[in-house]
Design a protein around this ligand. Sequence first.
Ligand SMILES: [Zn+2]
Length: 89
Amino acid sequence: MKLLYCRECKDLLKILRSKESCDCGKCEAWFTGKKFFVRGPGVVLCPSNASIKKALDEFDKTGSSRAIETLILPAKAIGVVHLSSKKRE
Ligand SMILES: [Zn+2]
């Protein structure tokens, strides 16, 4: 799972196969099955599954909250395509 975080409006949304826009409309992202496409001032976030599992295990045992690790994928990460500006196709 990958998430789009808009640097402008701070919206966070899951990247789906359908093209989705952030609240301010400056970013959009979609997934083709092989690549994640992002347009606008957003970054792609990748929550760590191992970190989520560890936090859930801790939560189930103690009920306490725990931070999870999330990577910010570089613009040139494999499988991620950043398009420079928002244009409708
Ligand atoms: Zn936005």
